[in-house]
Design a protein around this ligand. Structure first.
Ligand SMILES: [Cu+2]
Length: 147
């Protein structure tokens, strides 16, 4: 085998290894980015209603929630965003001023709160920690509490 051939072989092997490393890293990164957030299901009071809602940069997954007055309601908020979002760091909030509810989900995480709306009515919920916050029409919704 000539000198040039050997060098050529070594260069080829180096190229293949670099290729495997780059593709492997990309695959792992993409898998991590698209993986669903771990759903942390906390304790739920018996007889209560549970609502799972996602916060994304595109808004809440639900813009209307119906509940019954006097019945415990557990809201589980999951942020599907990563910490690499420059606006809000991947956190999302679910707040209802009139009911003292304020849930903030960390990036790719879930937080929940249980509360019992006593009075029928329409309560606005919103997120104010990301992308335009309350001014963003997709980061708000209505909790409709029926008698
Ligand atoms: Cu948000």
């Amino acid at each position: 085998m000539g000198h040039g051939q050997r060098r050529n072989k070594r260069a080829k092997r180096w190229k293949r290894n670099a290729y495997i490393l780059i593709v492997g890293t990309a695959v792992v990164t993409v898998a991590w980015l698209v993986a669903p957030a771990a759903r942390d299901t906390g304790p739920v009071p018996p007889g209560g209603q549970v609502v799972d809602i996602d916060g994304t940069m595109g808004g809440f997954s639900m813009q209307e929630i119906r509940a019954k007055a006097g019945r415990p309601l557990t809201v589980r908020l999951t942020s599907v965003d990563t910490q690499f979002h420059t606006d809000g760091g991947g956190k999302h909030q679910f707040a209802i001023d009139g009911l003292g509810v304020n849930i903030i989900a960390p990036p790719k995480g879930t937080r929940w709160a249980t509360f019992t709306p006593a009075t029928p009515g329409v309560y606005e919920y919103y997120c104010d920690v990301c992308c335009g916050g309350r001014a963003n029409p997709t980061m708000q919704g209505r909790l409709i509490v029926e008698a």
